[in-house]
Design a protein around this ligand. Structure first.
Ligand code: C5P
Length: 218
């Protein structure tokens, strides 16, 4: 039997896309499947943690032992994270949060007619950066899904958001699929995990997090 590396730890995760409404039937979203975040939630439970998962709109079963909070938009995700944050040791932001949302969401369905239609977008809050900046921030883990220059962008993100750990992957290798290939970026450098199905990769990430936390206590 594996030792429970996260026993006694309380973990909060985000997963999936967000959906930013344009009107009652339309919106902006992305192709995140939520699978990596759900796999990580499961791996955290297996490691003995108490786990809450804030999930964007995905049709995935809740892993056994996970408390799930469903949200739609980035603003709802931020509210849910803030409400669930107290007493957490670890925050893992896996969600592909929409960077922008429509400046207005129409109360009624937008009608076609005009030859062109311009959407005005406003920036969403960066949930992870906000949590990481709190004076009593938990151990924060970010994800960087990039289509090129993974090392540069992932490490840049880690420094910009002041995170101890960023999990980087090339979108070609992971987004929407069943498998993933990730590289971990921390203060000590970069570590390539063996590629595999998302649960196996998630277990490797959890192992790394547990190792970092146990070193921090030494
Ligand atoms: O800067 P970028 O969006 O690429 O950073 C990705 C990381 O930040 C992911 O961990 C993602 O969950 C998190 N994030 C967030 N809120 C946002 C944007 C990204 O929590 N609005």
């Amino acid at each position: 039997l594996q030792p429970k590396r996260l026993a006694g730890r309380r973990v909060l995760l985000t997963a999936g896309p967000t959906f930013e409404a344009l009107d009652p039937v339309r919106g902006l979203t992305n192709s995140s499947s939520g699978r990596m975040g759900f796999a990580l939630a499961q791996a955290c439970v297996e490691a003995g943690a108490e786990v809450t998962l804030v999930a964007g709109p995905v049709a995935l079963p809740t892993p056994v032992g996970v408390t799930r909070i469903d949200v739609t938009s980035a603003l709802e995700m931020r509210d849910a994270v803030k409400s669930a944050l107290a007493g957490r040791h670890i925050f893992i932001a896996v969600a592909a949060v929409a960077d922008y949302r429509p400046a207005q969401s129409a109360a009624h369905k937008i009608k076609k007619g005009a030859a062109t239609l311009t959407l005005e977008l406003v920036a969403n809050p960066d949930i992870l950066a906000e949590v990481a900046a709190l004076p009593d921030a938990p151990f924060c883990v970010g994800f960087a899904a990039e289509s090129r220059n993974l090392d540069e962008f992932a490490e840049g993100k880690r420094r910009a958001k002041k995170l101890p750990l960023v999990v980087g992957n090339l979108v070609q290798d992971g987004l929407g699929g069943e498998t993933n290939a990730v590289t971990l970026f921390d203060e000590a450098g970069s570590h390539v995990l063996p590629p595999g199905d998302k649960l196996t990769v998630a277990r490797g990430i959890v192992e790394h997090i547990a190792g970092m936390l146990s070193h921090a206590q030494d």
